[in-house]
Design a binder for this molecule. Structure first.
Ligand code: GDP
Length: 404
């Protein structure tokens, strides 16, 4: 079952989008009017939001066939792989292979181009000049190659301080005769080390329920992401899931989560004060996984964090996921990370990669927060649009746009 949200200027418009995207078999789960945000927009005509679902059929869905290896999303973007323990593993994309091939070809072209330039620079009949050029050129060449890769990183919005850090480390670690491939490999390894191995959810081996809290600003995608993870662990891996919503500031948020839990047949507790969380957790003691949704906080209002701190203190989660949208301004993301620095440990979960302009933010924010990465979400579709962060793909994308 694939669930999606559609927004239109009226019901007809929203339904048209549903039909175009999901076809005539789509089931309408919920329809409601929504107000646009912003003072002036509040007075404009409300929009219509339609929550629709379509059954993809047993052969197509990665939910109904855990471990079968692959799943293609509606947009044809990604595949997910599950292992025998039912852990969502790094996705495989067919286009990675072509990306790698393309990158290798470009690196090869660049090497040939640089060799041609150096040959042209060397006077044919002057052996003394030639030998001095040979002593001087290799270092020049190394710097130039590093510069080309650094420019690609900058082009992909990697923070200049991180680019300089990578460049100087690579420069000091490569020999003067290093080839383009050697340098590319060093740059790649440095990026991989900075991103670090992602840590998706691993269930406890004992009977204890694993408690996970989702935190982050309003609108970042906490509820949708929680629903994706709940659906995958419940349907794919047949795990027992309990959901707790503490986002009682927005009735719509609770309703949204209830819609998902109704469809998935999962139990939900809504708590109205942090003190109620202990009872809610006790009621779910037979579960494998307890997922807790929290209200979004303005990162500027530290007062609002008191309640969140209490929820975390009382629930004592094994994992906290801080959600950061890749569409949020870089400086705002830095402020958000700063405002959640009261959390001793958390994993970063990036949302809205499908709307992001580059991969640079992922490296920047991983470096600044200095925390492990986990998942990245790639669209609104529950549960398809989520995958484990693929650091290999990110590193290649960041280095790869070589224009020669
Ligand atoms: P919350 O306030 O943090 O709980 O955020 P919601 O889960 O309510 O999501 C806010 C909006 O972002 C909704 O319209 C979601 O459908 C949308 N959303 C969530 N994840 C993604 C994503 O990966 N990509 C895109 N484009 N939209 C997303």
């Amino acid at each position: 079952m694939k669930i999606r949200r559609y927004i239109g200027k009226d019901t007809q418009d929203a339904m048209l989008k549903v039909r175009l995207d999901l076809g005539s078999d789509a089931i309408i789960l919920n329809t409601r009017k929504i107000r646009q945000k912003g003072f002036l927009k509040f007075f404009s005509k409300p929009l219509v939001e339609v929550l629709a679902a379509v059954d993809e059929g047993a052969t197509q869905s990665n939910l109904s066939e855990p471990g079968n290896g692959r799943n293609k999303s509606a947009a044809g973007v990604k595949n997910s792989i599950t292992d025998k323990k039912g852990i969502l593993k790094e996705p495989v994309e067919e286009r990675y292979d072509s990306d790698i091939g393309e990158l290798e070809q470009k690196v090869k072209n660049m090497e040939q181009l640089l060799d041609r330039i150096y040959k042209q620079m060397q006077p044919a009949n002057n052996s003394s000049i030639q030998s001095s050029m040979q002593l001087e050129n290799p270092m020049d060449k190394t710097s130039k190659i590093i510069q080309v890769f650094s420019n690609n990183l900058i082009h992909n919005n990697v923070d200049i301080s991180i680019v300089n850090e990578i460049a100087s480390e690579v420069k000091s670690s490569v020999s003067q005769s290093a080839s383009v491939n050697d340098i590319a490999a060093k740059m790649y390894n440095r990026i991989i080390t900075l991103l670090d191995k992602p840590q998706p959810i691993q269930l406890n081996n004992d009977a204890k329920a694993k408690i996970i809290v989702f935190v982050g600003p309003t609108g970042v995608g906490k509820t949708t992401t929680l629903a994706k993870i709940a659906a995958i662990f419940s349907i794919n891996y047949k795990k027992n899931i309990g959901i707790i919503s503490s986002d009682t500031y927005r009735i719509a948020a609770v309703e949204q989560l209830k819609t998902y839990t109704d469809i998935l047949g999962l139990p939900i507790h809504v708590i109205y004060s942090p003190e109620e969380i202990s009872d809610a957790i006790s009621n779910f003691s037979d579960k494998d996984l307890i997922l807790i949704d929290t209200a979004g906080r303005s990162h500027k209002d530290m007062q609002q964090f008191e309640e969140l701190k209490r929820i975390i203190e009382l629930s004592n989660p094994e994992e906290v996921f801080l959600l950061l949208s890749l569409t949020t301004d870089y400086n705002v993301c830095k402020e958000i990370i700063n405002s959640y620095s009261f959390l001793k440990e958390y994993k970063i979960l990036f949302t809205k990669l499908d709307e992001a302009v580059s991969y640079g933010m992922i490296l920047n924010l991983a470096r600044i927060a200095n925390k492990k990465l986990s998942y990245v979400t790639t669209g609104q579709s529950v549960p398809d649009d989520i995958e484990v962060v693929n650091i290999d793909k990110i590193a290649k994308k960041l280095l790869g746009s070589i224009q020669i």
